[in-house]
Design a protein around this ligand. Sequence first.
Ligand code: C5P
Length: 235
Amino acid sequence: MRVFVILPAAGMGTRMAAGTGSTAAPKQFLEIGGVPVLVRSVRAFLAVARVDAVCVAVRAQERERVQAQLMEYKLGARVHMVEGGDNRQQSVSNALAALECDAEDVVLVHDAVRPLIDPATIERTIDAVVKHGAAIVGLPAVDTIKQVERTADGAIVTSTIPRERVVQAQTPQGALFGLMRRAFIEAEADGFDGTDEASLLERAGIEVAVVAGSARNFKITQPGDIELAEFYLGR
Ligand code: C5P
């Protein structure tokens, strides 16, 4: 059994630029303490000895920049690149197609823009995939969760979801390669676009276990998040 990691890093960073008046800056290339977000994410997985290879999905025009970063930070032979797609699912699908895996190998997918993932959580996710077939990192909800209906006047609450019944899905999200590939093939055949791998696995009838995540493993999304990441690192 080998372990492969896919880092989708082909996003455009439009939400980060929203409201700032600046042009879009892909979040994966911003720096935290002088080190690019993507480099930090790659390093976290390379720190896990069981990880055989890391495959980064990047936009064609960023290939050279990423190649230069891989060299500068000496990220080595375990890291490869594929071309990203028009959405996250397509980027992951391109990477899955490029991996030379067996059905029983473990494949983990991790948002490149969650640079503070820690090796212990990665290890626990791999163990959970081996045990259950599929697993994601999830954060128990601390807020009360409302279901809403969107109207022209804004959102209206329709019900309350007991918070002990929900977790916020983080990454890594993983499965045995055979299960992940089946979930992607079925989603693509049905024209289903999900925002994470678990949604594809669920609809394929595959049970997905949850590993405890942490607030620290947040997704760099909006202005201020770089400062928040630096705060976590400084502690
Ligand atoms: O936009 P979102 O927050 O869902 O992005 C999650 C991850 O998916 C990011 O690391 C981003 O770079 C990646 N992504 C991608 N290809 C796209 C869009 C997003 O690899 N076309």
